[in-house]
Design a protein around this ligand. Structure first.
Ligand code: 5GP
Ligand code: 5GP
Ligand code: 5GP
Length: 218
């Protein structure tokens, strides 16, 4: 039996545009009871990755324990909220964090507290929503070339992130997730060693996101 390979070379720090997540589901997303997301990218996860594009997952059975996150829970609720519905109702942020910790965090070499704190620090140190706004790229349902979006991110980060799109029910390609590459220390940004499987190209929609106007399933 082959030993499980838990090694990795760097992290993808992944953020999601709530408008694209919700639009792709025909606006049938849900917001957590801790509060609606604002019109900002939110955290999806910090994912260990290998230079060959593969990645380890579920590396230890260390259980998620929210009692270790008291000092960061407000920041997590604000910036790492779930948009997924649970039986048609609000999802639970802790379920999302548990999933990300179990699948990716247990491979990071970090304690749980270090894993979530590193993610929040990256989020707070590099405001990708603001970087787009400074370049005149705003969520107004219009289309922007990926080259222009990538340039705005590169001005902020020093390196081009990987960009993933999804498709809304009308067939529009839209800006969905941004993958920033980070060294194993969880803080130093690096040039991405590998591209994601499906990098986005061409001209893409940046959907409006106003949580009050989404048909929240609650
Ligand atoms: P406000 O007082 O309007 O909530 O926020 C003040 C500024 O902080 C806003 O201009 C906005 O750029 C930023 N801000 C507020 N909440 C968030 C958030 O959840 N994420 C990010 N990235 N920026 C925020
Ligand atoms: P999807 O198939 O929706 O792109 O990804 C499903 C899940 O697989 C993601 O939520 C993430 O947990 C994992 N995943 C997908 N692509 C990558 C990747 O390039 N690197 C890592 N580390 N995980 C990935
Ligand atoms: P991944 O396995 O790709 O890291 O994360 C995807 C899993 O997290 C899916 O099972 C999905 O249902 C769950 N999830 C919970 N909340 C969210 C959210 O806000 N966005 C995304 N993309 N997935 C979420």
């Amino acid at each position: 039996r082959k030993e499980k390979d838990n090694s990795f070379d760097y992290f993808f720090f992944v953020q999601q545009w709530p408008g694209s997540y919700c639009d792709a589901k025909g606006k049938k997303c849900c917001f957590p009871v801790t509060g609606d997301p604002g019109p900002y990218f939110g955290i999806h996860g910090l994912w260990p990755n290998r230079n060959d594009g593969s990645y380890p997952d579920t590396c230890t059975n260390e259980q998620f324990d929210s009692s270790e996150l008291h000092d960061v829970v407000d920041n997590l609720n604000k910036n790492w909220g779930t948009l997924a519905c649970k039986r048609g109702m609000s999802g639970d942020n802790e379920d999302f964090w548990d999933h990300e910790w179990a699948k990716h965090g247990t491979c990071s070499g970090f304690t749980q507290h270090q894993y979530f704190e590193a993610s929040l620090n990256l989020y707070n140190d590099y405001d990708i929503t603001a970087a787009l706004a400074e370049a005149g790229i705003v969520p107004d349902d219009s289309f922007y070339p990926i080259s222009q979006i990538s340039k705005a991110f590169t001005n902020l980060l020093g390196f081009a992130p990987q960009i993933e799109c999804n498709i809304d029910p009308e067939g529009n390609k839209q800006l969905y997730q941004v993958y920033i590459c980070v060294a194993k220390d969880g803080k130093t940004l690096i040039k991405c060693p590998t591209a994601i499987r499906n990098p986005c190209q061409g001209s893409v929609q940046f959907p409006v996101f106003d949580s009050a106007a989404e048909s929240d399933q609650r």
